[in-house]
Design a protein around this ligand. Structure first.
Ligand SMILES: *Cc1c(COP(=O)(O)O)cnc(C)c1O
Length: 370
């Protein structure tokens, strides 16, 4: 039996009639950018997140970048980012011309460790950018407390956390602004690239609206050196359909995560263990294995897909050599890069798929115990 890591076609097959109809509707409308589909999606997604504004943009990286630009964070400024994240978090800061200042994660949650943030604050720090990695919310209360004490902005990187809740409130409503990605593999994915900024700050939303469209609110009048980063009508229309299924899909992910956590208790792995205040949406189900290679070889033999999120921490990437962090600078992130492994998880996996993954992983522990 083969279990792919991710099946991108499955959500299309589930919603084929609706998605095909919407495709025709947008084609026939003769209007492809900055129209009614986008406006409707923005209103619906803001409401979903429990926030007042949503601005659709070209992708998740742009969402984060445009937030920083709208906050007038730029050259000479510092933004605190996690050491353990996808590189886009750091790149958004670099695109703005500011410097990413890395802080290690809490190993239980994989997310920015609130107790380690304060030591990284300098006179140049302007913002903290926690990531809700793997769909688990970061510990936002202490982060917001530190931010308000030092007058810093809080920007959520919510690219993996559509629908996740922290103490009952949704990702996207937990800081000053949040960046979402609708990359096809995310919990809410488009049929191509897409992203959104979600915020309760009307002025910030207006600035992002301006920046995504060449810095212009009146045609051919440019108030800022903006960008071309718009969520197109077709993607917005498809996302409106998919948004209606997001909670059901996240619920299925939760069930699968619960099966894994129950069945793999004695598999000799460190399993994800979200705190009580977290309602994760399981974008990824990430285990830690000290002997990871044995496990990946076994999964390969059993035809089970797996990935590593992420094999090289941003500070050790060639792209960030200029920051001058040698190996050993951030031991927690470096250890996680050696040990983490993502098992297949997704709303369209069957119970048989889940059982096949469990059998393959558990087999590994039996072998390890001999
Ligand atoms: C996917 C992702 C992004 C970037 O989103 P894109 O739409 O691919 O630009 C940013 N941060 C994190 C944590 C992500 O997983």
């Amino acid at each position: 039996m083969q279990v792919p890591f991710l099946d991108l076609k499955a959500p299309y097959l589930e919603l084929r009639d609706e998605l095909d109809a919407v495709w025709h509707r947008v084609m026939e409308s003769g209007w492809y950018l900055l129209g009614r589909e986008l406006e409707s999606f923005e209103a619906e997604y803001a409401a979903y997140c429990g926030a007042s504004h949503c601005v659709g943009v070209g992708n998740g990286l742009d969402a984060l970048h445009l937030i920083l630009r709208a906050m007038e964070i730029g050259p000479g400024d510092e933004v605190i980012v996690p050491t353990h994240t996808y590189i886009a978090t750091w790149l958004a800061v670099s695109y703005a011309g500011a410097t990413p200042v890395p802080v290690e994660p809490d190993e239980q949650t994989f997310n920015l460790h609130p107790d380690k943030v304060e030591a990284a604050i300098t006179g140049r720090t302007k913002a903290i950018m926690p990531v809700h990695l793997y769909g688990q919310p970061a510990d936002m209360d202490p982060i917001n407390t530190i931010a308000s004490r030092y007058g810093l902005k809080v920007v959520e990187d919510a690219a993996q956390a559509h629908g996740a809740r922290y103490k009952g409130r949704r990702a996207g409503s937990l800081g000053d602004a949040a960046g979402f990605s609708f990359y096809p593999g995310k919990n809410l994915g488009a049929m191509g690239d897409g992203g959104a900024v979600v915020t309760n700050d009307a002025r910030l939303a207006e600035k992002v609206r301006l920046l995504r469209n060449y810095g212009s609110s009146v045609k051919y009048r440019h108030e800022a050196m903006g960008y071309n980063s718009r969520l197109d009508e077709l993607q917005a229309a498809m996302l409106r359909i998919k948004l209606k299924h997001l909670d059901t899909w996240n619920e299925r992910r939760r069930r699968i995560a619960a099966y894994y956590s129950e069945a793999l208790q004695n598999a000799g792995l460190m399993l994800p263990c979200p705190p009580d205040w977290a309602e994760p949406v399981w974008h990824l189900y990430v285990v830690r294995a000290v002997t990871r290679q044995e496990l990946t070889e076994r999964l390969d033999r059993c035809g089970i897909g797996w990935l590593i999120h992420y094999p090289v921490a941003p500070h050790l990437q060639e792209a960030y050599r200029g920051l001058g962090y040698p190996p050993g600078s951030f031991p927690v992130a470096e250890r996680l890069a050696q040990e983490v492994l993502s098992l297949p998880i997704g709303p369209h996996m069957s119970d048989q798929d889940v059982a096949a993954v469990i059998a393959a992983v558990a087999g590994n522990s039996a072998a390890a115990k001999e």
